[in-house]
Design a protein around this ligand. Sequence first.
Ligand code: URA
Length: 277
Amino acid sequence: MTPDPAPTVQQLLAFYLEAGVDCALTEEPVDRLADPDIAPAAREPASPSPQRTIPAAIAAPATIAAPRGEAVAPEAAIMSAREAARTAPSLEALRALLEKFDGCALKFTATRLVFADGNPKARVMFVGEAPGRDEDIEGLPFVGRSGKLLDRMMSAIGLDRSSAYIANVIPWRPPGNRTPTPQETQICLPFIQRQIELVNPDVLVTLGNPSTQTLLSTREGIMKTRGRWFDYDTGTRVIRAIATFHPAYLLRSPSYKRMAWQDLRAIAKALEQPSSS
Ligand code: URA
């Protein structure tokens, strides 16, 4: 039998991409098999130990190592995020503050800040969870597969990126698309809250469970919250807010598109009413 030819670099990269390995976490490759700090048992595939060694760059840190070297405790980072966000007089100032803010570790593994897309004067604002790979590359929210579906959902009720504003609770891509930690979410929360206050939409749409639970202060799941109207208090005004499914979820479970369509119709109906601001 002739052995299979060695895979080409392209084939190997395609294999890694398919397996979810889609970003470099450090400048240099790390040979973890040669790492003396990893106990032999942890390297042994047949080991009965369920413990896995998670690369430090992906694992959620307990403290944030700012580039200057000092560690920032999450509580201090939350306080400084609140203080910084409160003072931003405009969206441009808020973006500039976020560019300088070192309190969230996600900033150091992400390629760039993903602040927002769309029209800051729009009457409707959509908020997702966190950028993924495509968003991290382009610096814009919802530009990948789920973004394409979000565009189609908006277009079904006559909206596009010139008549809607789009952002995320977390503005940096978590490494390997891992779920943001509660601390990371709390650190980023004051910024998205200020962003919502500055955009001041008539209708706020939370996309999926994490965004809904974080912004609408509910512990109920998306099956219960979707399609329901909430009051979102910016501190200066109460905005009507509605939860719906995240487009990524609809891509995996298309049968829920029917319910999402009901939510979209409710959003369209709310936008028929004159602005209350
Ligand atoms: N998922 C999100 O929640 N936000 C994005 O920007 C892209 C995917």
